[in-house]
Design a protein around this ligand. Structure first.
Ligand SMILES: [Zn+2]
Length: 370
């Protein structure tokens, strides 16, 4: 690869000159090509219409997409460009350059750059066609999910059963409810409200918010907005406890905050995350289950120096086994990883709900073995 300055000239400079041969192929195939030819996805099997790509990119400004994925501009540069921490690698000082006028980014740390499609490929770790699908879904679904999350947040304060459930699970501070943007889906009211706002039924069914029979999909569930999804926890023991909308669960929950710390606590559920955050552990993150997807695993490998894994101590030992397996994989990547043992039958949530204190939890962290 060339020097950063050369790369910057290539990606973000003024010139319209063709990049030197050494850079070709290092960036998205859209870049550097101003010809109006259609270009093909992998192996030329599927032709992708250039105009459709340009339209998609125009509808999804890079800056908006980055910020919706928790990227924050740290300092302004000339000509409207911005620097910030790189969301693609464990960045400690801002090395990620964004040019909103050219709709391009480049990272001086990991050397990657391109347009919003390239960003989606790298960020979600998917191939080109899947990146297009994700972007199309996001373009359609994202404002809808925001609207839904806002609606559910209003409902939370209107339904005492929801507040009582949160209280019983140890979620008590308004600051935490605000931080996690927690809402409540009573059921039987979302569809009507969204229809009033002009959303069509097929879009709501496609997003998984409404069932095929036309009912709200989330009924009597505490709702937590995720990156591009909504997690719903049933407050009734008769319903399946966990529910997601179709699509990915996304990266690690709360990662933007947790990654700032050298020691990170990894838990499996959002109620575990909640009580730890509330007890003064801002370095907590959550994998939404004991199986980490590829992106979550990479986040853990790129960021912290020490990882404390605190999965449930279930009677059948499955949580502990998943933790051991994860520890092994992290160590193979050179990460210092520790397994934290909770008292028999406890998860972090029940530990705090049953009166555990922050200093006692801290002692468990310190006692964790390598
Ligand atoms: Zn980077």
């Amino acid at each position: 690869m060339g020097t950063p300055a050369a790369a910057q000239r290539l990606l973000l400079g003024d010139g319209g000159s063709r990049p030197p041969a050494v850079f070709r192929g290092a960036h998205h195939r859209c870049l550097g090509s101003h010809r109006a030819l259609p270009y093909s996805a992998d192996r030329g099997k599927k032709s992708v219409n250039r105009q459709a790509l340009d339209d998609l990119k125009q509808q999804i400004p890079l800056m908006g997409y980055l910020q919706a994925h928790d990227w924050q501009p740290a300092r302004p540069l000339s000509r409207g460009r911005w620097m910030g921490l790189c969301p693609l690698h464990g960045d400690r000082k801002p090395s990620f350059l964004v040019d909103p006028n050219k709709e391009l980014f480049f990272c001086y740390g990991c050397g990657r750059g391109g347009d919003v499609i390239r960003f989606a490929e790298l960020y979600h770790q998917v191939k080109f066609p899947q990146a297009l699908t994700l972007l199309r879904q996001w373009r359609g679904a994202e404002p809808l999910l925001r609207e839904v999350a806002r609606f559910y947040r209003v409902q939370l304060h209107r339904h005492s059963e929801a507040v009582a459930y949160l209280y019983q699970r140890g979620i008590r501070s308004p600051e935490l409810i605000e931080h996690m943007r927690i809402g409540y889906a009573p059921g039987g009211c979302l569809r009507g409200w969204l229809t009033q706002l002009g959303h069509c039924g097929s879009a709501l069914r496609q997003a998984g918010l409404v069932t095929g029979a036309g009912y709200d999909a989330y009924v009597r569930r505490i709702v937590f907005p995720l990156e591009d999804n909504l997690y719903g926890r049933s407050i009734l023991s008769s319903a399946p406890p966990h529910r997601f909308l179709p699509g990915s669960k996304g990266g690690l929950y709360g990662w933007e905050q947790a990654r700032l710390y050298p020691d990170v606590i990894l838990v499996e559920g959002l109620f575990d995350y909640a009580v730890l955050w509330q007890a003064g552990f801002p370095n907590v993150t959550c994998s939404l289950g004991t199986h980490l997807n590829a992106r979550q695993f990479r986040q853990l490998c790129d960021g912290p120096q020490n990882v404390y894994v605190v999965f449930d101590a279930d009677p059948n030992g499955s949580g502990q086994q998943a933790a051991r397996c994860l520890l092994q994989r992290l160590r193979e990547r050179g990460i210092t990883a520790r397994q934290v043992s909770l008292p028999e039958g406890h998860d972090p949530n029940s530990f705090f709900v049953d009166g555990g204190a922050a200093r006692q939890f801290q002692a468990l962290l310190e006692a964790a073995h390598l």
